[in-house]
Design a protein around this ligand. Structure first.
Ligand SMILES: O=C(CO)COP(=O)(O)O
Length: 249
């Protein structure tokens, strides 16, 4: 059985007050014990979140990381630094980074390797644009993004990777993929992974992202190949994120 994972990607949102609010709501909550719950705030809030979440099941993630450990790279943050703040997960290849900051598949691979090197679980984000979907290229795009990374990893590294399928057209648009659309792509990713190793494919955790909210989470999470969610907008509201975590249990 794969352990469900719900991760909240705050993107460039949130505040010190929101960190405190999450610490309070998640401290006394009756949350499912069999679900991994992760908050991914902007870097400046990581240290406050580490303290505020110490009595909660919430773990921390980073939105990106530099491939190097240190050096003359103004504005960048390394995995080694993030580890000092108990950051356990790192997003790599989010579509906003691919589109707005021109990150290539190769840079995504380098960042993912940096996360693995310091013992963080990378969450590799993949997904097609609307034009790519309409042209019938969804699986080609997604498997290119997955393959560029997975095909180059050792088996032991492959087990550490979590994959988030986030159709670009569903991100922040309120337009969620139907459970069937999401399931089709997730099944395709798992089948690709099975071409390396069938038992690893069974263990691979696949998250859906793109306008997941408290109302649609249960139906998406009920799909056989969806093991969790990568939540954007709804992860900025304590009650909504709490409800999504509940529905994963
Ligand atoms: O990009 C996302 C999470 O990484 C999804 O964002 P929304 O949930 O706001 O659509």
């Amino acid at each position: 059985m794969r352990r469900p994972l719900i991760a909240g990607n705050w993107k460039m949102n949130g505040s010190a007050a929101l960190v405190e609010a999450f610490g309070k709501v998640f401290a006394d909550a009756k949350l499912p014990a069999d679900v991994d719950m992760v908050v991914i705030p902007p870097f400046p809030y990581l240290d406050a979140a580490r303290h505020a979440f110490s009595n909660t099941p919430l773990r921390l993630g980073a939105q990106t990381l530099n491939p190097l450990h240190s050096g003359a790279h103004t504005g960048e943050v390394s995995g080694r630094m993030l580890k000092e703040f108990d950051v356990a997960y790192a997003l790599v290849g989010h579509s906003e980074r691919r589109q707005l900051y021109r990150e290539t598949d190769e840079q995504v691979f380098e960042r993912l390797m940096a996360a693995l090197e310091v013992g963080m679980s990378p969450i590799l984000c993949v997904g097609e644009t609307l034009e790519e979907r309409d042209a019938g290229h969804t699986m080609d795009v997604v498997l290119r993004q997955v393959g560029h990374v997975m095909a180059r990893l050792e088996a032991a590294q492959r087990c550490e990777v979590i994959i988030a399928y986030e159709p670009v057209w569903a991100i922040g648009t309120g337009r969620t993929a139907t459970p069937e659309q999401a399931q089709d792509v997730m099944a395709g990713i798992r089948a690709y992974q099975a071409s390396f190793d069938t038992s690893l494919a069974e263990q691979l955790r696949l998250l859906y992202g793109g306008s997941m909210n408290a109302n649609n989470a249960a139906e998406l999470l009920a799909q056989p190949d969806i093991d969790g969610g990568l939540v954007g907008g709804a992860s900025l509201k304590t009650d909504d994120f709490y409800a999504i975590c509940q529905s994963a249990g």
